[in-house]
Structures are given as C-alpha cells and as structure tokens.
Write a protein that binds this ligand. Structure first.
Ligand SMILES: NC(=O)c1ccc[n+]([C@@H]2O[C@H](COP(=O)([O-])OP(=O)(O)OC[C@H]3O[C@@H](n4cnc5c(N)ncnc54)[C@H](O)[C@@H]3O)[C@@H](O)[C@H]2O)c1
Length: 245
C-alpha cells in the first residue's frame, strides 16, 4: 500500500517513515511532505492509496480536501484544530474514510474505555481532574489526548463536556462546582506524553495513569489505522473502531 506522510520531517513523521520503511510492513512511502528543507514541499493529492497526517493544524483543511477530491483514505493525527479546521475534516469524511484520533497508542485507547467506566461507576461524588505533561516543544495545549480523556470522563459521568470543562485555575475561582472537569497542561524537557485522570472523592482517590515512553506507540497505531481504512466506506472513524473495542 502506497502512503503519503504529511509532516514527514517532524518527530512523528520521522518515526512513521522509519516504521513504514521497515521490511514486511506492507507499506511504501510514496510522498514525504513537509515545509522543511529536503522534503516534498506540497502534495498534489496524487500517487497515494492512503495519507497519514502528523503535521500542523493549519495545513489540514487543504490537504484533506485534496484527499477527498481523489477518494484517498486519511489518517489524521495532527491535533489543535480550530472549529473551522475541524469542519473541513467533517466535510471530507462525507466522501472518504477519515480516522481521527488525538492518540493512536493501544494503551491510551484502552485507558479511554477505563476512564469512561470509572466515571460511570464512581458517580457524582468524585471530582474529575485531568493532568497532562509533554515535552517543551509541543505547540498546542491541552493535548488532544487530554481532551479525549476528559470527554470520555464526561460521557461516563453523564455531564455535558462543553458546559463543565475548565482549563487550569488562577485568581479566586471559588469552591469547585459539582460536575466540573478540569484539565491542566504541564510542559517541559523531553516528556513524550503523560496523562493522569484523577477521581477525587471524600474518602479515597482513584488515579488512572498512562505514560508514553516512545513515539513508536503512536506511529505503529497510525500505520495500522491507514491499512484498516483502505477500502472502508466514507465516514468519521476513531482509533477504537480500528482496534475493535
Ligand atoms: N494523535 C497522536 O497519536 C499524536 C501523537 C504525537 C503527536 N501528535 C500531533 O501530531 C502533530 C505533529 O507532532 P510532532 O511532535 O511530530 O511535531 P513536529 O513539530 O516535530 O512536526 C510537525 C512537522 O509538520 C511540518 N509542517 C508544518 N506545517 C506544514 C505544512 N503546511 N505542510 C506539511 N508539513 C508541515 C513541520 O515542518 C514539522 O516538520 C502535532 O499536532 C501533535 O500534537 C499526535
């Protein structure tokens, strides 16, 4: 299967290329697209049977539009999309299969299911806080994974995410309202990606933790997703669809 990698010069792009080029992967990288020196500067939408995009949010609408025009499945790992950029993704998913996830690792996708179950089981007496830490070069905050975890917790707790989410605290926020879901982003050093979901009750506290140790965890999942997406019906898919849980 021929794939185009968008953001090929980046931390994820290099890992994706290395894995895809390993013997026996079943993949051939036909375009390595990046604005960085030495890469294909743009992608005209041709030559690929699948696209894996780990680039920059502002680049997504144009590239997914090209894939949609050519009927090529798209795996989107890029995070930090604005509402308008997300609308372009949703539009493309009407004509091609689009797998979109803020995290392609097996462990985080298992964690999403566990968080939803924990929130449902523990109920309203447990306050939910999500804490993430990433390397100092990460551009968006909070991480796409933290948002997915917070939304899974909201789903399990039966609260409306948009109405109850807050991002950090300062000043005098006052007593914590019931149902609030707070998300905190730490940045520093070379941390690949740590996420903790805390359920704090009156008498006990449950903490669910995931630590990514190597970007290979995300890259392997994204390459699995692009192979899964080939030949699917158009639509918006999540990594949980790929993994089957
Ligand atoms: N979903 C996941 O599992 C997952 C995991 C890790 C990172 N990410 C996300 O993937 C993205 C990339 O992460 P990274 O750590 O590799 O970042 P990075 O900054 O190392 O790489 C991004 C690359 O995209 C390139 N780029 C910027 N604009 C471009 C454009 N218009 N066209 C083509 N390439 C362009 C940059 O030159 C850079 O090489 C981020 O949004 C990050 O949050 C997602």
């Amino acid at each position: 299967m021929k794939i185009a990698i968008l953001g090929a010069a980046g931390r994820m792009g290099r890992m994706l290329t290395a894995l895809a080029e390993e013997k026996g992967s079943g993949l051939e990288v036909c375009a390595k697209v990046d604005i960085a020196e030495g890469f294909d500067k743009t992608w005209d939408g041709s030559g690929a049977e699948g696209v894996v995009d780990f680039s920059f949010h502002a680049a997504v609408p144009e590239n997914i539009g090209k894939a949609a025009a050519k009927g090529i499945p798209y795996v989107l790992g890029t995070t930090g999309l604005s509402a308008g950029e997300q609308a372009a993704v949703d539009e493309a998913a009407r004509s091609i299969p689009v797998v979109q996830s803020g995290n392609y690792s097996l462990g985080v996708n298992l964690l999403l299911a566990l968080v939803e179950k924990a929130a449902r089981t523990l109920g309203a007496g447990y306050d939910i806080e999500v804490v993430e830490m990433h390397h100092r070069r990460k551009k968006d905050a909070p991480s796409g994974t933290a948002l997915m975890l917070a939304k899974a917790a909201a789903e399990g707790a039966g609260v409306d995410f948009e109405a109850n989410a807050i991002y950090g605290r300062r000043g005098e926020p006052g007593e914590r309202p019931a149902g609030e879901i707070a998300i905190h982003a730490l940045r520093g050093g070379s941390v690949v990606g740590d996420h903790t979901v805390i359920f704090a009750g009156e008498t006990e506290r449950v903490e669910l933790v995931h630590r990514a140790q190597d970007r290979r965890a995300f890259a392997a999942g994204a390459l699995k997703a692009v192979q899964w997406a080939a030949g699917r019906k158009p639509g918006a898919y999540a990594m949980r669809d790929v993994l089957g849980f």
